[in-house]
Design a protein around this ligand. Structure first.
Ligand code: GLU
Length: 463
């Protein structure tokens, strides 16, 4: 056999071996974690895109690196009892998954939402490993939360819940161990109550134990805006690469929480017209462009429903059901609400309306079928792990400021965020080229995120 022919056969074999390994591992993950469909979905996406990496680096298979990554280092589940305003004793379930600490302390948010269960926490924690690695910051992967529903709760109920949640969580976390932050249902107010309780339990002021804190007691300027701004910086990078940009484009951003609001703000600053956003009840469409001050007032200040927007803006319409938002024609779509909010049907509608770019602000907002459709149709696609990494990246900057006992200006933080987002884009692009899937940022982000963690695990031995 000629050398070239031999090389080709060898390569095919290696790909086949990698595929077999991945299929076997995926089956094992499904069997070991029955019914955890979101976790299966997140693992499958990563495994599939790593096949070429495993084929080129058999060491990763031989040393069972992915078998180890797919199994959390630790999963904690605990009772959270609390007393409501009427004196009733309520019980929720709390979680913290400490997924991977190869490159730094576990890091990731806490989600308070009735849909939270082991599957949701594990999918989020698994994704966080690769996202955090991509930021270039020294942070491992973790996630937590509770099935507590903050909707309709009084401020005192929120405080009592947060205190009870932290009473248990405190023994598992620390500035060099595990550093939680916010996610859906957890913002600066909840972080404040949890920080207060942690401080009381420990009897010391450990600023770096939580991120997303208030500015007055160790929070970082620019953290609140970071996920949304970072998302837009990342998508602008994808667009610029094709000679396009946000300027004069029509944009739809689902959600109206922290990610969505600051994605809209930055997109508008770059000259885009944002015409629709949503909440879990429905969506608003404003052909004149959304008035962000009204959205901020309704959502940040008053915790009201997005439907009330139309009271002040008669030009806008409100429609029940949040999935309908993808029918609004746009060039750039930024799904920033929650997982699996954008399915195959929605992707087809966006495609027929001529969408050019999709950037994921939420975690895993597009189903696998939707992602495949975007990629097949050459839509610029920024996957969550890369596109929404700005939030956790600035959390790591908050940790750095806490360790150094100083604080940077908003401009300094924003400057660093821009550099980090550009770097994530070029790392993911480069990885996609190196492994023959040029421009596929789903594969590129997974590969680049994985390699750093995998190599650190190899260097640290079997632990
Ligand atoms: N929850 C955010 C995320 O999904 C931020 C996590 C953090 O700042 O630790 O990345």
């Amino acid at each position: 056999m000629k050398v070239v022919e031999y090389m080709e056969v060898a390569q095919t074999n290696e790909i086949e071996i990698a595929k077999d390994y991945v299929n076997h591992l995926y089956k094992q993950v499904v069997e070991r974690n029955p019914h955890e469909i979101e976790f299966h979905q997140a693992v499958k996406e990563v495994l599939d895109s790593l096949i070429p990496v495993l084929a080129k680096n058999p060491e990763y298979i031989k040393k069972s690196v992915l078998d180890r990554i797919a199994e959390p280092e630790r999963m904690i589940s605990f009772r959270v009892p609390w007393v409501d305003d009427n004196g009733n004793i309520m019980v929720n379930r709390g979680f913290r998954v400490q997924f991977n600490s190869a490159i730094g302390p576990y890091k990731g948010g806490l989600r308070f939402h009735p849909s939270v269960n082991a599957s949701i926490i594990k999918f989020l924690g698994f994704e966080q490993i690769f996202k955090n690695s991509l930021t270039g910051q020294p942070i491992g992967g973790g996630k937590g939360g509770s099935d507590f529903d903050p909707k309709g709760k009084s401020d005192m109920e929120i405080m009592r819940f947060c205190q009870s949640f932290m009473t248990e969580l405190a023994r598992h976390i620390g500035p060099d161990t595990d550093v939680p932050a916010g996610d859906i249902g957890v913002g600066a107010r909840e972080i404040g109550y949890m920080f207060g309780q942690y401080k009381k339990l420990k009897g010391s002021f450990e600023a770096g134990v939580l991120t997303g804190k208030g500015i007055g007691y160790g929070g970082s300027l620019g953290r609140k805006e970071a996920t949304g701004y970072g998302l837009v910086y990342f998508v602008e990078e994808m667009l610029n690469n094709k000679g396009l940009g946000f300027k004069d484009s029509t944009v739809v951003v689902s959600g109206s929480g922290n990610v969505s609001i600051y994605a809209m703000e930055k997109a508008m600053q770059l000259g885009a017209k944002v015409v629709a956003c949503s909440d879990s009840s429905g969506y608003i469409y404003d052909p004149n462009g959304i008035d962000l001050n009204t959205v901020k007032q309704l959502k940040e200040a008053e915790s009201k429903r997005i439907s009330e927007y139309v009271n002040e803006h008669p030009s806008a319409t409100y429609s029940e059901g949040c999935a309908g938002i993808w029918q609004v024609p746009c060039e750039i779509a930024l799904p920033s609400a929650t997982q699996n909010e954008l399915d195959k049907e929605a992707a087809n509608i966006l495609l027929s309306n001529g969408v050019k770019a999709v950037g994921e602000g939420a975690n895993m907002p597009s189903t696998q079928e939707a992602v495949d459709l975007f990629i097949e149709n050459n839509v610029l696609f920024g996957p969550a792990k890369a596109a929404n990494a700005g939030g956790v990246a600035v959390s790591a900057l908050e940790m750095a400021q806490n360790s150094a006992r100083l604080s940077w200006t908003q401009e300094e933080v924003d400057q660093k965020l821009q550099v980090i987002m550009k770097d994530i884009y070029s790392k993911s692009m480069q990885a996609s080229e190196e492994y023959d899937v040029p421009g596929n940022l789903v594969a590129g982000a997974n590969i680049a995120g994985f390699k750093k963690v995998a190599d650190a695990m190899l260097e640290q031995g079997v632990i």
